[in-house]
Design a protein around this ligand. Structure first.
Ligand SMILES: C[S@@+](CC[C@H](N)C(=O)[O-])C[C@H]1O[C@@H](n2cnc3c(N)ncnc32)[C@H](O)[C@@H]1O
Length: 278
């Protein structure tokens, strides 16, 4: 029964590449919250047609949209970048423009587009210039490489679906001769394991989504990351930029419990915490 629910929910185009296991977990959480609903749907002759299922689907699609569906990749610009890079030896103005066009297609990187030099300046002031980076739930952030001022770096990047991580890998392959030695992989961070050892790990605008699905999971995740420094960021305004988001008490509690102290800085609509790992 649950597999039918998963396929029905994934019929929405923006959610179609999500891993089944991820959607399944959400449905199970939903049934835990509304225990009678599971039995009701199980006994129903046509559960997919019931208004109870439709309501559940609406709720779950909204959650999935908030944690994932806003992430839509465009590969036309990537082809354009490929053609451009074939002709040049250094990242020039034209290549930077194509990077900007690509970064603009993801809400998170779009919001920090004008701040990328400042962000990496601040981060690397504390961490030193990294030789290796792990970017978890990376979105399109690996495409901000030209703003990092790094000549050579090993860059590991994870996204939720195969589709998205394959896109990032294509980008890495294009950029190899420019010092970006990248490996992209699909990983549901709620089941993170075997993470590579690196100098710096980015967890940009991601912990809120994980906490929405599994409270207190951030602590488990942070403990699993073998990086010398962690850089965690959060939006300071809600989606749409209308309302300020209140302080995240849970994050500071986790930091205290793990005995971590953080350096912090803020740009428009994003706050960063730089944490030295133990
Ligand atoms: C707000 S975006 C941030 C993207 C990127 N870190 C940035 O700041 O540019 C959150 C990202 O987390 C990913 N995501 C959400 N839940 C996830 C999970 N359980 N495992 C892995 N990635 C997840 C989404 O696909 C999305 O790209």
């Amino acid at each position: 029964m649950i597999s039918k629910f998963i396929s029905e929910i994934k019929k929405k185009k923006t959610l179609s590449s999500l891993p089944d296991a991820f959607v399944k977990k959400l449905i199970e959480n939903y049934f835990q919250k509304y225990p009678k609903l599971e039995k009701f749907l199980k006994d129903h002759p046509k559960p997919l047609k019931s208004k109870e299922f439709k309501l559940m689907m609406k709720d779950l699609r909204k959650t999935l949209h908030d944690v994932y569906g806003i992430f839509v990749l465009r590969d036309k610009n990537l082809r354009h970048l490929k053609e451009h890079l074939a002709e040049i030896k250094e990242i020039d103005e034209g290549a930077l423009q194509i990077h900007m066009d690509l970064l603009s297609t993801h809400k998170s990187s779009l919001e920090r587009l004008n701040f990328y030099y400042q962000i990496y300046g601040e981060i690397f002031k504390h961490t030193g210039k990294p030789k290796s980076i792990l970017d978890l739930a990376c979105g399109l952030n690996p495409l901000s490489f030209p703003y990092m001022g790094l000549k050579k770096v090993d860059y590991f990047a994870s996204e939720l679906t195969d589709f998205d991580s394959e896109f990032i890998q294509e980008y890495f392959d294009l950029m190899k001769s420019f010092g970006l030695n990248g490996k992209a992989f699909a990983m549901d961070l709620l089941h993170a394991k075997d993470l590579p050892k690196v100098d710096v790990c980015f967890l940009f605008k991601t912990l809120d989504s994980l906490e929405d699905i599994e409270r207190n999971y951030s602590k488990e995740l942070i403990k699993k990351i073998p990086a010398k420094f962690l850089v965690v960021s959060f939006p300071t305004m809600s989606i749409g930029g209308k309302n300020p988001i209140k302080q995240r008490g849970w994050f500071f509690r986790i930091m205290r419990e793990l005995g971590y102290k953080a350096e912090t800085f803020e740009i428009e609509n994003e706050v960063f915490y730089i944490i030295k790992n133990k």
